[in-house]
Write a protein that binds this ligand. Sequence first.
Ligand code: ASP
Length: 454
Amino acid sequence: MVKVSKFGGSSLADAAQIKKVCDIILSDPDRKLIVVSAPGKRHKNDVKVTDLLISLAESYISGYDPAYDYRKVMERYSEIAKGLGLDDDIVSIIDRDLTERCLMDRTNRGEFLDSIKASGEDNCAKLIASYLQKLGHNAEYINPGEAGLLLTEEYGNANVLPESYENLAGLYDDSVIRIFPGFFGYSKNGDIVTLPRGGSDVSGSIVAAAVKAKIYENFTDVDSIFAVNPSLVKNPAPITDITYKEMRELSYAGFSVFHEEALTPVYYNDIPVHIKNTNNPSAPGTMIHAGIVPDSRKLVSGIAGSAGFSSIYIRKYLMNREIGFGRKVFHILEKEGIPYEHSPSGIDDISIIIRTHYLSAEKEKRLFDRIMEELDVDDITITHGQALVMVVGENCLKNPETFFRAAKALYESNIVVKMINQGSSKVSIMFGMNEQYCDDAIRALYKEFFPDFQ
Ligand code: ASP
């Protein structure tokens, strides 16, 4: 079975972690295409190799002495090589590689920074391939440029170019373990370009889609995704199975274990994603399914919520009869560069919910004046400090009990609900409220729908 397995930074933070990763790779003969991050934090106060590299690049760019940062980076690699029992050759290869990158032309700041940043993943992949070879396995490092991972020339924020999928299609070979560094690719001009931070997840997802993997494994440092933000409740229920749609709704409303945008390439190819813990590989993890979860009778899969929304309320008598009113409002928002999130409406009223960070004081005033004048409305108010809390589950709307129980739980916890949105999404019920209620609302709903995990 074609599998792509991606390991995150905390799984590769030091030699002991890399040994665990290699044990995991070797324990399954289908794990032949491995995508790796750069070494992450070894402990809470540690610094990720990528951050050390950014600091190194910035020292060069600002003309400071880079020696300290350079030494810090090389210390991490040397320590890992030593812990893996590798000889000094690999450390010299990495040292030479990093020196060459540092000597690059710095006229284009983005290009220089990306080349240095990318070395974290690149050299980590070389170390892992060397270690597997030392153990006697047929393993090789893959250069993303030679393999054909082409990205847009947007330094630090690149996107995949469509031809990459064809270029990478033949990358899986069951006779050799291939170690593919995540986080970067090459522009059509042959320059190194990086994806946004955390981008190794995206690389893994691209590679999995390209080789038409049967499964994309994502190894991290938690046993599973939880049904609620673990910082809000004591005993969060693990989610063993979830659908892409549920995952997207949960991450939209504040879930941050896995950024769902990283999943786009696998999502479009119906590839399931298995999230697993490198430090506890026998735990079931969380399977993100492309279709409906087989046999799931659960009403609710998770609860999430987040603050940071503003609501624009507009009232105009006979609004419902005025053809084009909605279009004009949204046109003004478009011209101001503000994406809207939701827009519940009444007969003569419409509320538009947006993310507050899109509004500066100046923009807010302009928006207010334009809507008032151009649409000749009776009233407009903009309220900040709003939160959205969501009950998510593929089955949640199939049974009216969900809404009843959710509303009752919120009422009994004295939560004042200002907006309800049920039915526009098939997999969630959304409650809008002042942000002071957000955490309590999440707890109340969690208590209602997950009574076994309190
Ligand atoms: N190493 C990069 C970062 O720290 C990319 C990644 O780990 O996914 O953002």
